[in-house]
Structures are given as C-alpha cells and as structure tokens.
Design a protein around this ligand. Structure first.
Ligand code: NDP
Length: 311
C-alpha cells in the first residue's frame, strides 16, 4: 500500500514528488512510457526554456526535466516506468493497473499533462523547435521583429496572436472558416490590432524549409477557391487546441467538456476525495511549466493533509 502515488513525470508530477518525499510520504511515481508522449512530458520536446525562474541563462527542456528527476529521487521518490492502463477509484484504497502490476494507493496525484494538437503537415514535425511551435509564451521571444503566422480561430489562437503582435513585425492568423470561434472580447482585440492580418477560409498546406532546418514560409490554400499561395514567415505557431491525457479517467472522475480534469476552485481536489490533479491535465489556460510545478506543490500538500486527517 502506497500513501501517495503520482501518475506522470512532468514539472507537476515531479514537484508533487519532491514535496511528498520531503514530507516523508515515500511517494511512488509512475513516469509513463507511451501514452501522451515520453516520460518527462512536454519539456522533453522543447529546446531552450528561458522562462523557468532560477535559470537566468536558460536551460534545455530535457536537461531541466533531468534536474527535476534528480531532485525527486534525492528525497526517496520511487520511480517506475510504466503506463497506467486502468484505475479503480470507486473504492478506497484506490487501485491502479499497469500492464504488469496492481498498485494500491491511499491518495493519487494525477499529473499526466496534455499534448498539443498538430496539423500533420508533411514537414511539420521536422521543423518543431526550428520555427514551428505550439506555444507563443514559450517561443515568441525568439521571433522578435520577424514575420510569423498563427493557425487557429479559438481563444488560444487570439491570445497567441495578440502576444506575438507585441514582439513580432507582423502576425497572420490563418483560420479555416470565415468566423472566429474565440470569445468576442479576445476576437475583437485581435481584429483591431493593426499588426494582425487574417487569412480567412484558409489552411496551411505545408511549411518550408525542412532542408534548411528553419522556417522560411508556408504554402496556404484557400479552402473556398482551392487557390494556393505562398506566405513568407519565420515562425509558425499552431494553436488548434490541446488534448489532455485523460482517456483512462473517463467515467472515473469529473472531466470538463474538453476532457480536462475538474478540480475544486483554488485546490487540486478532483471529484473523488483523495484524488488530486496537477499541471496541464487540469489547466487549459496557463499551461506553463512553472504553473504546473505550482499546482504539483499544492497537490502534495493537499495529499499530506488528507492523509493526516484520514489515517
Ligand atoms: P478551441 O478548440 O477552442 O479552438 C481551436 C481552433 O483551432 C478552432 O478555431 C478550430 O477551428 C481550429 N482548428 C482545430 N483543428 C484544426 C485543424 N486541424 N486545422 C485548422 N484549424 C483547426 O481551442 P483553444 O486552445 O483555442 O481553447 C481551448 C479552451 O481553452 C477553450 O474553452 C477556450 O475558451 C479556453 N481558453 C481560454 C483562454 C482565456 O480565457 N484567456 C485562453 C485560451 C484558451 P474551428 O473554429 O473551425 O473549429
């Protein structure tokens, strides 16, 4: 029987582990292998991280996750590499099943994160981190004074376009329809911004130039006329939404309409008493390593208090 089991090994999971381990709770972390990407989460596919406090010179994403892992291990977190295939939260203690083991837990902290949706363009994956990005807050700074494009018509796309307009020479928003999905206020802000142009009824057919190892432009297709055109940009931000890694929690925990785990406002408590959620799996708004770490800390403190009250 484990007192705290943490599912997921990004900044949220590791911060929860550091706090739980230092509270002498001997946490078990299941770091994930396949589902939702690699162990370590989204920072493992990021290059330079310049906005994580404490690293004035910046740090590589994988290096930062290695440091998180070392710090969790230093205080005695047990880490196993496996995917949780199934959970049983219908009775206490909770049960988690990997392909090889049944794990019994008094409290569970879910930090399985989310993954960005991509367009699946022929050259997109080759240019991720080389001009193609899914996070303007993370990467916008590298495109100061340059021309960039944002794909999507939702709140994220508008927010990213507005943010980038403050840094870049020009921003072209490419949307597949002629009407935005974004909330009125966010849409109006973008529509009024003189630095933001819109390519309506349009899709990106491909991004160039994989051979040069950097983005030099995109091929646009007008979905009404079928006409193709070229747009010279140095950055392409894909903002077509994220998918939270919550398939195994469907029907077991309350999820919102987009699949994110619902938590009680101001806490990490889920709809099941003793199950907590931290990081991007419960946050579609901020989605930063530092906010994931913050909620990971909250989840560990709440799990500790839960154990103190129930043991
Ligand atoms: P959304 O699902 O709201 O929007 C996704 C956008 O991408 C839509 O415009 C959609 O087009 C477009 N899209 C989806 N798939 C493709 C594709 N394959 N090719 C081209 N375009 C595509 O996601 P968001 O990330 O914008 O928002 C998620 C949630 O988070 C929302 O509830 C949002 O309100 C919220 N949010 C709130 C913020 C805030 O309040 N500050 C900030 C950011 C997000 P179409 O419209 O045609 O479906």
């Amino acid at each position: 029987m484990h007192r705290v089991v943490i599912i997921g090994s990004g900044p949220g999971g590791h911060t929860a582990a550091i706090y739980a381990a230092r509270a002498n709770l001997k946490p078990l972390m299941i770091e994930g292998q396949v589902r939702g990407g690699v162990a370590g989460g989204q920072l493992m596919i990021t290059t330079e991280v310049e906005n994580f406090p404490g690293f004035p010179e910046g740090v590589q994403g994988p290096e930062l996750m290695e440091l998180f892992k070392k710090q969790s291990a230093r205080f005695g977190t047990e880490i196993i590499s496996a995917d949780v295939e199934r959970v049983d939260f219908s009775q206490h203690p909770f049960k988690l099943y990997t392909d090889e083991q049944e794990i019994v837990a008094q409290t569970v902290i879910i930090a399985t994160g989310a993954r960005a949706r991509w367009l699946d363009l022929p050259n997109e994956q080759k240019l991720i981190n080389h001009g193609v990005s899914a996070c303007a807050t993370c990467d916008g700074y590298f495109f100061r004074g340059l021309d960039v494009a944002v794909v999507g018509g939702g709140d994220t796309a508008m927010e990213e376009a507005n943010y980038l307009a403050g840094l870049c020479k020009s921003v072209t928003v490419i949307h597949r329809r002629s009407e935005l999905r974004a909330s009125k206020i966010m849409a109006e802000r973008a529509l009024k911004n003189p630095k933001i142009k819109f390519a309506w009824d349009s899709a990106v057919a491909d991004v160039h130039d994989a051979e040069a190892g950097k983005v030099t432009g995109i091929t646009l297709e007008n979905l009404k006329t079928g006409k193709k055109s070229q747009l010279a940009v140095e950055g392409l931000f894909i903002a077509i939404g994220h998918t939270p890694n919550t398939d195994i929690f469907e029907g077991k925990l309350a999820l919102d309409e987009n699949g994110y785990i619902k938590t009680k406002p101001g806490t990490t408590q889920t709809s099941v008493d003793g199950v907590f959620a931290a990081g991007d799996v419960q946050d579609h708004v901020y989605r930063q390593a530092v906010t994931a770490a913050g909620t990971g800390c909250m989840a560990a403190i709440e799990a500790e208090r839960w154990l103190a009250a129930h043991e």
